[in-house]
Design a protein around this ligand. Structure first.
Ligand SMILES: Nc1ncnc2c1ncn2[C@@H]1O[C@H](COP(=O)(O)OP(=O)(O)OP(=O)(O)O)[C@@H](O)[C@H]1O
Ligand SMILES: [Mg+2]
Length: 469
């Protein structure tokens, strides 16, 4: 079907051998805002459709030189994009159904009022407009929100996606820099999955988590008998990642003597297993990540400058979540859906007040902290939405300190006394604790409840640790 544009009148080709009927239809459709052309025979129509696009073809099911069914089939062969609407005589219901199956868009039974026809054609227009909108929306969403499971809406992340798209297909080394939990590993995987190496292994090693004396063997492998525990030959991760990608996480933690070996491996594209004489060719793309400031480490002699320059061919800096607040809502909703599946829950929404707390929070732990927070809230939530009081204490505390903990005006959408009371009590308690410097006895007095009642509420609301933080 051709594109239906809202602004242009729909073009309709009317085919009928009854001259009176044909011209009356055309006149009426024109009056209703359509643009029309008309012909007496389907054969002529096929010729015209060859050269010209119409949005809709309106034709009779019974025509002199070709019946409606054959006409539809010919149109399909000819790849006519117009929606075909048939006019059928009373009682030819079965034939009309057959026509629909053959590819007609709709039919209208004769005799009909012109309003009925206009209504049918308008419905087609609406449907097609919607379809076009949906398609446009979907592709926009895909481009904006989805890059190998990475959810983002911020300009900063979109720029990163663009960079990745451009560099994924090359073998360049990439250095990803970002605070903990910003999605460095996710990004590394995205690069791999968007590269021609996608069918080959992606091997990750956390250089900060492996004891120094094991790291060389992990990376490069060893020969049997190379050291006490080496009971047999073992290939290293570089060999395992053959033709794929190796992800060197926390590269800043790599000891200096191994940095030399790594640099040599990268330059020569060869490695040597511990205790082995042979050099083994490697074909591996390297992606490294760090949360450290490697330039500073270089200046201070903790990281080799030659390795730094070798790794830093392309560097991608992922900004912390608090610097891209546009991503918070889409991420929160993404995690809600993800954990619904994982936990078998059906939480439907994040309450506006809760979302406000999330948007204003200083996410030190970045996306990982947000994900944990959503999961926790879902488990604790007593309704089918994520409410303020199911958020973790540190977030409530921060929101209360900013004084925007209870900002939502009352609305008829949620009249739960229980939820409001909880939220209000939490807010009052947090304020009292702040005012009294965390002194619970004083806070209880300010709140005009007993010390015991305060302790009980702190426990109930998961706030027991708050005044310490
Ligand atoms: N943009 C994002 N879209 C969806 N999920 C994300 C996004 N960013 C991070 N995550 C998720 O957050 C968690 C942390 O991400 P990841 O492990 O990639 O971070 P990291 O920077 O490697 O963290 P660390 O420095 O602690 O190793 C993962 O569960 C990851 O799937
Ligand atoms: Mg990581």
């Amino acid at each position: 079907m051709s594109e239906f544009a809202n602004t242009q009148p729909l073009s309709v080709l009317v085919i009928d051998d009854d001259n009176n009927l044909r011209s009356s239809i055309c006149l009426n459709l024109e009056a209703a805002g359509f643009s029309t052309a008309s012909l007496t025979s389907p054969k002529e129509a096929l010729d015209k459709l060859e050269k010209e696009n119409f949005d809709i073809v309106l034709c009779d099911l019974r025509m002199p030189d070709m019946d409606g069914l054959s006409f539809i089939k010919k149109c399909r062969e000819q790849k006519v994009s117009a929606a075909i609407v048939l006019m059928t005589a009373f009682g030819s219901h079965d034939l009309a159904l057959e026509a629909l199956r053959a590819g007609a868009y709709d039919y209208i039974s004769k005799p009909f009022e012109i309003e009925e026809l206009v209504f049918t054609l308008r419905k087609i227009q609406e449907k097609e407009n919607l379809k076009a909108e949906n398609a446009a929306l979907k592709s926009a969403i895909n481009q904006r929100y989805n890059f190998s499971n990475i959810v983002a809406r911020s300009e900063q992340m979109k720029e990163i996606f663009e960079t990745i798209k451009r560099l994924a297909s090359f073998n360049t080394t990439v250095l990803i820099v970002g605070e903990s939990g910003t999605g460095k590993e996710l990004l590394a995987r995205a690069i791999h999955h968007n590269s021609p190496r996608r069918g080959k292994p992606f091997v990750a090693i956390n250089c900060g988590a492996i004891p120094e004396h094991l790291m060389e063997s992990e990376l490069f492998g060893h020969k049997q008998g190379a050291f006490t525990d080496a009971s047999r030959d073992k290939p290293g991760l570089f060999e395992e990642a053959s033709e794929g990608t190796i992800f060197l996480d926390e590269i800043g933690e790599m000891p200096l003597h191994l940095q030399v070996k790594l640099l040599r491996a990268l330059q020569e594209q060869k490695i040597r297993r511990i205790g082995d004489e042979r050099l083994i060719d490697i074909d591996v793309r390297v992606i490294a990540a760090t949360l450290r400031n490697l330039e500073k480490d270089v200046q201070e002699g903790r990281f080799r400058d030659d390795l730094f320059y070798r790794l830093n061919v392309v560097s991608i800096k992922i900004p912390p979540l608090r610097e891209r607040p546009d991503d918070i809502q889409v991420l929160a909703e993404h995690f809600m859906k993800k954990h619904n599946k994982k936990l078998g829950l059906s939480i439907k929404a994040i309450e506006p007040a809760a979302m406000k707390c999330l948007l204003n929070y200083h996410w030190k732990g970045n996306v990982r902290e947000l994900e944990n927070c959503i999961e926790r809230a879902m488990v604790l939530s007593e309704s089918d939405s994520i409410t303020v009081d199911s958020l973790p204490p540190q977030i409530l505390k921060a929101a209360s300190e900013r004084g925007n903990y209870l900002p939502e005006p009352l609305s008829d959408d949620n009249l739960s006394i229980k939820q409001r009371t909880r939220a209000l009590e939490i807010d009052l308690i947090l304020r009292a604790l702040k005012k009294t410097g965390g002194n619970r006895t004083h806070a209880a007095k300010v709140l005009e409840i007993s010390h015991r009642a305060l302790l009980y509420k702190l426990k109930e609301y998961g706030l027991s640790d708050v005044e310490k933080g």
